[in-house]
Write a new protein. Structure first.
Length: 69
């Protein structure tokens, strides 16, 4: 399953802040949801989005750039 992004929080009113989360090598944006959920109460007016890496890495992961040749 490919995930380009995962919206952790979208406020009911227009967002006053934008918080972008970036995962590590071999992970995916959905896994950053727990971290985003921790930030959500501290930034209730923020749109919090976890962004997925541009290249596949392993069966379900993504990466931002190729680590090996």
């Amino acid at each position: 399953m490919k995930h380009d992004h995962f919206i952790v929080q979208s406020p009911a009113t227009p967002a006053q802040q934008l918080l972008l989360l970036f995962h590590g090598v071999g992970d995916n944006p959905v896994s950053m949801g727990q971290i985003g959920s921790w930030f959500a109460p501290q930034f209730p007016d923020a749109l919090i989005v976890s962004i997925g890496g541009v290249e596949p890495c392993g069966p379900n992961g993504r990466q931002w750039f190729r680590c090996r040749g």
